[in-house]
Structures are given as C-alpha cells and as structure tokens.
Design a protein around this ligand. Structure first.
Ligand code: HEM
Length: 366
C-alpha cells in the first residue's frame, strides 16, 4: 500500500475532496504525521468517535465548553446554561432579530447591479441577529461584528474588549431585565444564585462567536449551493417549507467546520493515550457508503444526516438558531430580490482546511 496522504499535502486546502476519497477508501483510520493527528473519515466512524466518551475535546482550551476539569463547572452544568440561553423565549427574540435584519440587509442590495453576498449579507446577518437577540443597540452591530470575527474558534473564548463593552449592559439588565437573551442570562439562577458577570459574558461571547463565524460560513455555502441550482431554488421559492431540508443538505455537503479535534483519554485500538484525533466532518458528509451520489447538492435529499453539528454529548446546541438564521435569511432574499442570481464569471471556490466556505459570492440582485 502507498504511503498515507496528509491534510497538509499541497492542494488539499484548495480542494480536500480527492484526499477525503483516498482516506475513506484506503486509510479509514490513519496517523497523519505532518498534521500530528489520527484521521477518521468514514461517516459511521466519525459519528462513533464524536460520541465516544474516551475521546474528549482537546484541553486546555479557552472556551467554557472545554472546561471539563471542574474549574469552571462541569460540562453538564455548562450545557444546562447554554440550553437555558437558547430556550424558547430566546429563540423567539432571535427569530424577530433575524427577520428584521435580513430584510434591512436585503433591501440595501435591492437597487444594486452587483453585490457580494458573503461580505454584504452572510457575514452580517448572524452577527446582527445575535446583537438583536442579546438586546444590544443596533448601531453597535459593526463593533460586535468585529468580535464575532476575531479568531476561528467556534466556541468563543475570552475577549477583553467584549467584556468591557458588555459590563454596563449587564448592570442595566440586572436592574431592569427585558425580554432578550442577555436579560435571560442575567436573571438565570441555575443553582439558586445569579450567574457571575464572567459567566454571562462567556455565554454571550459563545453565542457571538458561533453565530458570527460558523453560521456565516454555513450561510455562504448554503446560498452558493442554491444559486448553483436555480431549478431547486425555484421549487423552494414556491414551497418555503422545504428550506430546512435544503439547509441540512448544504451542511452535509459543505460543513463549515470540516474538522473537529479530539484527544484520546486512553489507548483505543492503534490510537495511543493522549493522541490527537481529527474527525473529518467534510469527508464523512460525502461518504458514498452513507449517501448516494454524495458530491451532488440535492435540496430534496430524503436523509441528509446531521453530522455537521457533531454528535454525542458535545452536539451543537445552537443548531435550531443556525437553522432559523438560514431560513429567515433566505426568506428575506427571495422576497426582496425575486431576480437574485449568480453574477457571470467563475464560481468562487470554497477555501480553508478547518473552517471552509466561499469567501465571496458575487450576485446580480436585480
Ligand atoms: C451552521 C452553524 C453551526 C454549525 C455547523 C455548528 C457546529 C458545531 C459542532 C460540529 C460542534 C461540536 C464540536 C465538538 O464536538 O467539539 C458544536 C458545538 C457547539 N456549538 Fe455549534 N454550530 C453552529 C452554530 C452554533 C450557534 C449559532 C451557536 C450559538 C449559540 C453554537 C453553539 C455551540 C456550543 C455552545 C457548542 C459546544 C457544545 C458542547 O461542547 O457541548 N453553534 N457546534
């Protein structure tokens, strides 16, 4: 057998799918020496690895989700807080924020001959929606947007500027809670006591980081896939209830997080204790053993799976919010820009090894 290929081989970042094919076919579990991790690429194996309690997110990490050492609460307690923050009341606030913002952004494009949907829509909608959901002033969106884009860590982390910015808002919410996400966090008392300011800013930062970066990337791939298939887009225009499936299919084919890392707590088969394992979501989503014609974008695919959000105890709790953002965004675009189509010229390629999406999406809005 030939030497195993590496994620760091030239050309992989430009198009990882030939490598993914080779890995799934010939090296389903293999150590990638240049990359420094064991690679897992088949759908069933990735799913099992993500759910395996012997494989944990690498630590130490900056994000609260990674603090499984008890210093900032257990993982279970942290998840409870996130679920609380993402409860029904918050989703309603986010839905309103998404809707309002999506229409504002779409109307700005309405008179233009050409526009870049990534820079002018995808990067703003999730950030602006999170601002609206948190109940922060709309005019602060540009500032908060910048925090959303700092670092590629989906799970947030500490941002000193953000802490200072949020402090006066937290003080105000504690005194006069409203019907927004920040108020929900400020009034939460999971163990009978209010959350400390640090926990509130951590959770707000997590929402901003995840919404700002990951959802924006997923949205870019989603819109690119639909604009590449105008026939499918027409059907969705006529039957908007199909949007959720079209979104799930885009996440299968082009997950924004291509690689989720893990660390082995004990030896597992050939994987030694302490080794890093890379779960290749991008490869799993196109596994022909799981999906027929896996490279094809089919908005009406019966079962596109859900691996783009992970699996097991770290399954993404933001999935409903991300879906809401995609549905609200597409609805506004199709309503305000009925003639929206791809601009002439080559299709911009997706870029990135870990976080992957097209960096531009030139369109003709009218
Ligand atoms: C399309 C958009 C999104 C995708 C593809 C996505 C994907 C993922 C994935 C793959 C994981 C698992 C990471 C792991 O196993 O280590 C994860 C975890 C997480 N996501 Fe998302 N996410 C998205 C949107 C969001 C949003 C909008 C939020 C915000 C509230 C969010 C909050 C989180 C949190 C808090 C975790 C950690 C969960 C845990 O460790 O228990 N995500 N996400």
């Amino acid at each position: 057998m030939t030497a195993p290929p590496s994620l760091l081989d030239p050309g992989t970042e430009r198009d990882p799918h030939p490598l993914y094919r080779t890995l799934r076919g010939n090296f389903p579990l293999v150590y990638d020496e240049p990359f420094g991790a064991w690679l897992i690429s088949r759908y069933a194996d990735v799913r099992a690895a993500l759910a395996d309690p012997r494989l944990v997110p690498p630590s130490p990490g900056p994000a609260p989700a990674r603090r499984e050492d008890g210093t900032h609460g257990t993982h279970g307690a942290y998840r409870a807080l996130v679920s609380l923050a993402l409860g029904d009341r918050v989703s309603a606030a986010l839905a309103a924020g998404v809707e309002r913002t999506a229409y504002v952004l779409a109307r700005r494009l309405a008179s233009r001959q050409e526009a870049d949907l990534v820079a002018e829509f995808c990067q703003w909608l999730p950030a602006a929606a999170a601002v609206a959901a948190l109940g922060l002033p709309y005019e602060d969106t540009a500032r908060v947007h910048a925090w959303c884009r700092t670092g590629l860590d989906h799970l947030g982390g500490r941002r000193p500027g953000l802490d200072a910015y949020l402090r006066p808002h937290i003080v105000r919410r504690r005194a006069h809670p409203g019907d927004d996400l920040l108020s929900a966090l400020c009034t939460a008392a999971p163990d009978g006591r209010p959350l400390p300011d640090e926990a509130v800013t951590d959770l707000a930062g997590t929402v901003l980081g995840a919404a700002g970066e990951t959802t924006a990337r997923a949205l870019a791939s989603f819109l690119a896939n639909l604009l590449d298939h105008p026939g499918q887009l027409d059907l969705i225009r006529a039957r908007p209830e199909l949007t959720g499936g079209a979104w799930a299919e885009s996440l299968r084919r082009d997950p924004p997080l291509q690689i989720v890392p893990r660390r082995a707590l004990e030896p597992i088969g050939p994987i030694p204790e302490g080794a890093t394992v890379a779960c290749l979501l991008g490869a799993a989503g196109r596994d022909p053993g799981r999906f027929a014609d896996p490279d094809r974008y089919d908005a009406f695919r019966a079962d596109p799976g859900e691996l783009a959000y992970g699996s097991g105890r770290h399954l993404c709790p933001g999935a409903p919010l991300a879906r809401l953002t995609a549905e609200g965004g597409l609805r506004a675009l199709l309503t305000v820009l009925p003639d929206l189509r791809r601009a002439p010229g080559p299709r911009p390629r997706a870029e990135g090894l870990v976080s992957r999406s097209p960096r531009t999406l030139p369109v003709c809005p009218r």
